[in-house]
Design a protein around this ligand. Structure first.
Ligand SMILES: *Cc1c(COP(=O)(O)O)cnc(C)c1O
Length: 367
C-alpha cells in the first residue's frame, strides 16, 4: 500500500534543506528576530513578485484581512460583501470589527463569488467587497471592478490560497485596494509556522497598514491610531525568501499534476476543476464535485487515500455568525457545492505513480 500525503511539506523541505537551514541559522545568530533586514528583503522580493509597490508582512493571513479592514476604517454598522463559501477567517475578521458580512452566492464552475450578484447586495452601508480566490483560481475581476467602481467601493482580495495565480495575465492580490496573503504551512508559499502579508499599490494605505500592524505606532511609544501586534517573524521571512525563488516552479508542478488528474478522471462521474480562459490556476487545491460524497469518502478512507472537504458548512450556517440568520436555500449554489466538493491530494511532490494509485482507488470508491 502506498503512503500518500494530502500535502507533503517535509519532502519539499528536504529538497532545499541546506538553503533553509542556513537562512534560519543566519537569523538565530543575528539577534534580530522582529522586523529588520530579513523582513525588509522579503517584502521587497515579494512586492516584485506581485508587481505591486508595497508588501507589508504580518503574523497570519487572518491578521492580514483584519488589518486590511482596519486600514479601510471598517467597523460597527458597516457591511462587507463576501462569499459564504470560504475559510472562516474571511468572515471572522469582518465580524470581529463589528461589521456585518453580507453574502453573495458563487459561480458554480469556479466556486468563487459571482460578480453578477453583487450589485443587488450593495447598500448605503457597504464599505468593501471581499472576494476570495478560492482553491487558487482567480475571481472574475473585470465585472467585479465594474460594480465596485460604479459604487466607489474598495476591493480587498483574499489571496490566501492564490499567491501567483493570475487574472488575464496579472497576478491576483494586486488588483484591488489591498491583497491579503497567508503563509500557513500548507499554502502554496508556506512558512514553517504562521505568517501573512498585505500588498497594495496605494502609498497612504501602505503606510497605514504598517502603522496598524505595529501597535498603531510610527514613533516608539506614540500611538496615533488603534493598532495590533502583528508582524512577520524574521525567521519566517528568511525561510520565505528562499522558498519564493521556487514558487513558480512549484506552481507548474501542481498544474502538471492537475492536468494529469483531469485526464485520468475524465471518464468518471466527477466534475473536474475548470480553469477559466481568464485564469492561471495554481491549484492550491484540486477539488472535484461528486454525487454520493459520503459513500466515496468512506471508501477512500478504507483505502487510506487522504482527502478533504473545503468547506462542509457554508459560513451563513455557522453557529458563530448566527445573528445573520440566513435560511437554508439563501445561497443554493454554495449550499450544493458544500455537499458535493471533494479535494484530492495535491502538492509539489506528488508523483505520477501516486496519482495513478489515487485515481484507481477513486474509481473503486465511485463505482
Ligand atoms: C488560510 C486562509 C486564510 C487565513 O490564513 P491564516 O494564515 O491561516 O490565518 C484566510 N482565508 C482563506 C481563504 C484561507 O484559505
Amino acid at each position: 500500500m502506498m503512503n500518500i500525503q494530502m500535502v507533503d511539506v517535509v519532502t519539499q523541505y528536504k529538497k532545499i534543506k541546506p538553503e533553509i537551514d542556513a537562512a534560519v541559522l543566519r537569523v538565530l545568530e543575528s539577534g534580530h528576530y522582529i522586523l529588520g533586514k530579513e523582513v525588509t528583503d522579503f517584502e521587497m522580493n515579494v512586492a516584485k513578485y506581485f508587481g505591486v509597490k508595497h508588501a507589508i508582512g504580518c503574523a497570519s493571513g487572518t491578521d492580514a484581512l483584519q488589518i486590511a479592514l482596519m486600514a479601510l476604517n471598517i467597523g460597527p454598522g458597516d457591511e462587507v460583501i463576501t462569499t459564504p463559501f470560504t475559510f472562516v477567517a474571511t468572515t471572522e475578521t469582518i465580524a470581529l470589527l463589528g461589521a456585518k458580512p453580507v453574502y453573495v452566492d458563487i459561480d458554480p464552475a469556479t466556486y468563487n463569488i459571482d460578480p453578477a450578484l453583487i450589485d443587488a447586495a450593495i447598500t448605503k452601508k457597504t464599505k468593501a467587497i471581499l472576494p476570495v480566490h478560492l482553491y487558487g483560481h482567480s475571481v472574475d475581476m473585470d465585472p467585479l471592478h465594474e460594480v465596485a467602481q460604479k459604487h466607489n467601493i474598495p476591493i480587498i482580495e483574499d489571496t490566501a490560497q492564490a499567491i501567483g495565480a493570475k487574472y488575464k495575465g496579472k497576478k491576483v492580490g494586486g488588483l484591488g485596494a489591498i491583497g491579503c496573503v497567508s503563509f500557513y504551512p500548507s499554502k502554496n508559499l508556506g512558512a514553517f509556522g504562521d505568517g501573512g502579508l498585505l500588498v497594495t499599490n496605494d502609498d497612504t494605505l501602505a503606510e497605514k497598514i504598517r502603522v496598524i500592524g505595529n501597535h498603531g505606532s510610527r514613533i516608539r511609544y506614540t500611538h496615533e491610531i488603534l493598532g495590533v501586534n502583528s508582524r512577520l517573524d524574521a525567521i519566517q521571512a528568511a525561510i520565505l525568501n528562499v522558498k519564493l525563488r521556487y514558487l513558480d516552479e512549484w506552481h507548474e508542478a501542481r498544474r502538471t499534476a492537475a492536468q494529469r488528474y483531469n485526464k485520468l478522471l475524465g471518464s468518471m462521474d466527477a466534475v473536474c476543476p475548470v480553469e477559466a480562459p481568464y485564469a492561471y490556476h495554481i491549484y492550491h487545491q484540486y477539488t472535484v464535485r461528486v454525487r454520493q460524497r459520503e459513500k466515496i469518502t468512506k471508501r477512500l478512507a478504507e483505502q487510506k487515500i487522504p482527502h478533504a472537504i473545503y468547506y462542509p458548512i457554508p459560513l451563513h450556517f455557522q453557529e458563530a455568525f448566527r445573528s445573520a440568520a440566513y435560511k437554508p436555500g439563501s445561497f443554493p449554489l454554495t449550499e450544493r457545492a458544500a455537499t458535493e466538493v471533494l479535494s484530492l491530494p495535491m502538492h509539489t511532490e506528488l508523483t505520477e505513480e501516486e496519482q495513478h494509485y489515487i485515481v484507481e482507488a477513486f474509481a473503486k470508491a465511485i463505482a
